[in-house]
Design a protein around this ligand. Sequence first.
Ligand code: MSP
Length: 645
Amino acid sequence: MDNRKTYYITTPIYYPSDNLHIGHSYTTVAADAEARYRRLRGYDVMFLTGTDEHGLKIQRKAEEAGISAQEYVDRIVANIKKLWKILDVSNDKFIRTTDDFHVKAVQKIFEELYKKGDIYKSEYEGWYCTPCESFWTESQLQDGNCPDCGRKVELTKEESYFFRLSKYQDRLIEHIENNPDFIQPESRKNEMINNFLRPGLEDLCVSRTTFNWGIPVTFDDKHVIYVWVDALSNYITALGYNQEDDSDFRKYWPAQVHLVGKEIVRFHTIIWPAILMALDLPLPKQVFGHGWLLLDGGKMSKSKGNVIDPVVLVDKYGSDAIRYFLLREVPFGSDGLFSNEALINRINSDLANDLGNLVSRTVTMQERFFGGVMPEKHEKNAIDEEIREYMLSLVPVVEGYMDKLQFSNALAEIWKRVSRLNKYIDETTPWLLAKDETKKDRLAGVMFTLLESIRIVSILLQPFMPATPLKIWKQIGIGSNNSWDSAKEWGLYPTGAKVLRGEILFPRIDVAKELAALEAMNEKKNEKKEEKKEEEPDNLITIDEFAKVEMKVALVEEASVVEGSDKLLLLKLDLGNEKRQVVSGIAKYYTPEEMVGKKVVCVTNLKPAVLRGVVSEGMILAATKGKKLTLVTIDGDLPAGSKIS
Ligand code: MSP
């Protein structure tokens, strides 16, 4: 029987994107550091990440690429997995929302909530932001755009299933207030309470009928399940919830922490806990909303040309250096700036100068003074005592910070010791002691203090930089079996251990040269983009893609205004061998009388949509400019149903 304490940590599941940037690595590297730390502390850790693969956005991208949605996601998910591999991410599971077990488990969740009455059928009208997969009411929009990302929203009306989110409002407020650690940092908690919960929650639209790349509702398969319900459920389906073998679910749920970027805290602290409450499941202990890594000009995703491709950066500087930068540069929780210059400066000052030098100076001196071997006798004095105390105080401080996900502070504490040790070398001047035969024991004392301190530092570096500690252990001549707790003890560096000078841990980077090289890479990249644009503008489609659109001449037989709308006309069309009805937003430009008898162009293979409760089975074409609109008609007399190509 395994009596170890369990620790379940998750990252959000990522949208498959072919444009992964360094900001994307942020949540996952942080989660990895915490997972590694907890393992070292003896926890039985479950660290989950994965991909969020459904939704209109993906469906459209796949359509643009001319491949099926499944093919599209399969290609991209491989890139994400590769990125985690090169960043030494140690996730225990990787879930894809297209995994069969997930699909089935989510369908069961939906059925269960429907049976309980927490999901009901109604009609939805609202504004939908496709990139964010979010619905907004008119009053939530900012200047008519999505309040989260500022992009255009689309008015959508459709028959939908709703989740009774409003029912859980009071319980959510109570839970958040009674559990101060539930939402961290504190500022995000206040935002949730004041901006979303207190003003009142509306029931949430949790199904869509206007696209089909999603998990079908089993009892009404016109509908697919809202992507956020699908995505959030991953945290329990990955553990076997609603499946035959749910032992991991029983073992690891509730999660200790969901690590998420600040823009998705709302989904994780309102919608997700309400779903869990409806399922009678315990809530995660904490949702931590970290800040964003920004570029000088703003959000990373909007940037062009800057070398922020994590694969390029890892290739140039190594995974440990990138991980160190991400975890050290910005206090976890706040926004911070990324620049190539800041990255190179950190690598040079903290890694090459401070840590790298400490190790290489120590190893070189030990080789020179003692043939690399630690003597048995070493003489200590007051300064060694001070260093010993200082080093022994490190573990509890680092643990305190890691328990609160304060990676930057933990690293800062470790680096205070590294700086102190470099200063210690200057103060004790081992090269002078080496000149005096009577000071041999004292020299051994100094070298012991240094090697012992490096041992402690290297053990504590493991969560952040998985490769470097191993290299250090090799150089200082100790094995690779160093427990976390052994950093709490002083004096374990063994007599007789032999150092072995190795390659430089972090070569110094010539800042000016490197920035110029990165700049040149950007220019090349931009030139390539420009060339591509000239040869092949982004909006070009192939003849095959065009051939997918089916258009026919249609004769308008009847026309009327759609009830309750001043924009929509309902047109009954004759298409030669069939009749159809189409709803068209032309009521401000054409009266129903004017329309009857017109021959128009109709797109006949559009998926049906419901507008103001009326089914529209196609679209008629019109040209617009500013406030003008004119229908596209055909030249000459062709019968209804003639194909347009
Ligand atoms: N699919 C949703 C999450 C569903 S979880 C049930 C999603 N995916 S995402 O790919 O857009 O984002 C994944 C993570 O990357 C988020 O935590 C997000 O905050 C993080 N980041 C993306 N760009 C970022 C920065 N520039 N800086 C820091 N983190 C950022 O949201």
